[in-house]
Write a protein that binds this ligand. Structure first.
Ligand SMILES: NC(=O)C1=CN([C@@H]2O[C@H](COP(=O)(O)OP(=O)(O)OC[C@H]3O[C@@H](n4cnc5c(N)ncnc54)[C@H](OP(=O)(O)O)[C@@H]3O)[C@@H](O)[C@H]2O)[C@@H](O)CC1
Ligand SMILES: [K+]
Length: 550
């Protein structure tokens, strides 16, 4: 699992690597960092030989990495223009040491060292160089960036973006794209968009992923991201800081979605109950149930208000539908029937299309206080339960709440701006206060464990999924994952549901185009997504076919 760090955590790791028991020389870490970029970007670009490269080095240690990169790509056959944007006295000892080495290699032919452009003629020359080169390396700012981009960096970034937009250059960022805050993903984007941030095609980052590379809008600036350990001691990289966050990847999910054993039966794969819907929104209930069916649930029961049942019965034969009561929304009088039935259910999901009637809130409170199986709460259930922190907290580790940003804002009392400023902290704080497993839906979706407070950042999904019904399908999927054989931990089930839902959306995007595919289509590709997940696993011996086949 890929760890995601903050600049402060990274600095702490640096400090221990250099000044703790490991006593690594700072100049060596910087050497490793620069070498890693030269190697990884070189492999990605099919080598450096014969390439014209413009390299911008800022006045911090990110710039120091740039001096090392210049030396390595020169040796690999590139011709490089190095803009040294700091004064010699600005640099740290290690950066200055690498600058001195580079100065010995400088010549007119292959390695030209230049200072920051000042006159109009300097800027014109810079533009010309950018358009004539094939690669730009951004070693201007890394984890030390804060505030808004100052000059001359803002104008340099604008020139690089313009050259990239003209199709002239490939842009490689060192550690972070300049202008992206490494802790929040916020970008420097002054009054006119020309102030930044820099848009990279590839980012090589050091030690661990930075939050700003996985959170939007920063994530959109990073391009292809590779993490290099730069020789940091393994135990240091593995060391868990307080409040860890991780990026979910296919191999993580493949580990928790265990293959079915060949002698399993429908009872083994869970009885999922979707108790939701109202006459205005029967479709939401059906989409949630379909999400569960396509996730391999053993049995799917849909319980809707009595007057809603005619819209749901017979729509999909796999879903066992029954109306409860006679109304068009649930009321407290319907709760006893649900509570009695719940003894046979592996999991209960409520919310999509439930409506916001005060009587439905009474129903929800009664059901939640009595059922013992795990519960997934979405949509209107979240709106109705917004003030019920004490009830949720009393059962929270058995509950998954799945709000989107607006719902989260409503229940948490935080403004959208406050959430967006630090979504990881906001999600973690909420999960801790409400003692609940949280799925904060967005780009990217965050999952927080009620038990550990660990935050998982999803890596799948796309903007084509921003349409009504996608969340309903996800609710059914998460419910089905909870009942999946071997998936006892609710947070793991939430991670699996969220990852697979996004992966299904990505498969739809590939098949149908960037948007316009539907929630039902997304659910329908789940078996293919699960198949590719199985390929990631070595099949246990019992799964191997006796005759023929692969
Ligand atoms: N992690 C690791 O293991 C290793 C990390 N290493 C590398 O070190 C990097 C971190 O180095 P760092 O701390 O020196 O910060 P860095 O990003 O160079 O920027 C600092 C400079 O930026 C300036 N500045 C800030 N904001 C600005 C703005 N808005 N507009 C304009 N300027 C602005 C700020 O100026 P000031 O605000 O102080 O005047 C200061 O001069 C890290 O990203 C990685 O590349 C490797 O070498 C070794 C191993
Ligand atoms: K950079």
């Amino acid at each position: 699992m890929q760890k995601i760090t903050t600049a402060a955590q990274m600095r702490n790791m640096d400090r221990i690597a250099m000044h703790g028991v490991y006593a690594m020389a700072p100049v060596v870490l910087m050497e490793n960092a620069g070498h890693a970029v030269a190697e990884r970007a070189g492999a990605w670009l099919d080598g450096w030989d014969g390439k014209d490269v413009v390299l911008f080095c800022g006045k911090g240690n990110n710039g120091g990495d740039g001096f090392v990169i210049a030396r390595h790509i020169l040796a690999a056959g590139a011709r490089v223009y190095v803009y040294v944007l700091g004064k010699e006295e600005d640099y740290s000892d290690e950066a200055r040491q690498h600058l001195h080495t580079l100065q010995q290699l400088a010549d007119e032919e292959t390695c030209l060292l230049l200072s920051a452009p000042q006159s109009d003629a300097d800027w014109q020359l810079l533009q010309k160089r950018l358009l004539a080169s094939s690669v730009v390396i951004d070693a201007m700012l890394g984890t030390g960036f804060h505030g808004s981009l100052r000059q001359p960096l803002a104008s340099i970034v604008a020139e690089v973006n313009a050259a990239a937009a003209a199709g002239a250059v490939t842009v490689i960022a060192v550690d972070m794209p300049t202008g992206v805050n490494s802790d929040t993903g916020a970008v420097s984007n002054g009054d006119d968009d020309e102030d930044g941030p820099l848009f990279a095609d590839m980012t090589v980052t050091f030690g661990a992923l930075k939050r700003g590379l996985v959170l939007y809008p920063g994530r959109a600036c990073a391009g292809h991201v590779e993490v290099d350990p730069i020789g940091m001691p393994g135990p240091l990289l593995m060391q868990l800081e307080e409040n860890p966050a991780y990026l979910l990847q296919e191999s993580d999910i493949a580990e928790i979605v265990v293959p079915r054993s060949p002698d399993s039966h429908k009872g083994t794969h869970g009885t999922i109950a979707i108790v939701t819907g109202s006459s205005q929104m029967a479709g939401a209930a059906l989409m949630a149930a379909h999400g569960a069916v396509r996730s391999g649930a053993g049995k799917v029961f849909l319980r809707v208000p009595g007057a809603t049942a005619p819209y749901c019965i017979g729509v999909q034969p796999e879903i066992m539908v029954r109306g409860v009561g006679t109304g068009d929304h649930f009321t407290a009088a319907d709760a006893d029937e649900i509570i009695a039935e719940s003894k046979n259910w592996s999991v209960l999901a409520m919310g999509p299309g439930l409506g916001r009637d005060a009587e439905t809130k009474e129903f929800l409170l009664k059901v939640l206080a009595a059922v013992t199986c795990p519960v997934v709460l979405d949509a209107d259930a979240l709106n109705l339960l917004a003030g019920e922190k004490a009830l949720i907290a009393s059962r929270g580790s058995r509950i998954i709440m799945t709000p989107h940003l607006a719902e989260f804002s409503r229940i948490s009392g935080l403004s959208m701006a406050e959430i967006k400023a630090d979504p990881i902290a906001a999600a973690r704080q909420f999960a801790s206060e409400w003692k609940v497993n949280l799925v904060l839906k967005g780009a990217p979706t965050l999952i927080v464990s009620a038990k550990t407070g660990n935050v998982y950042v999803n890596s799948t999904g796309n903007a084509g999924m921003a349409c009504g019904g996608m969340g309903d399908v996800l609710t059914g999927m998460i419910a089905a994952m909870i009942a999946h054989q071997g998936m006892s931990d609710l947070c793991s089930a939430a991670c699996a549901g969220v990852y697979l839902h996004g992966a299904a959306g990505d498969a739809c995007r590939k098949d149908h185009g960037p948007y316009g595919f539907t929630p039902m289509e997304t659910a329908d590709v789940l078996p293919q997504v699960l198949a590719s997940l199985e390929e990631d696993l070595a099949l246990p011996i019992l799964q191997q076919p006796l005759i023929g086949g692969k």
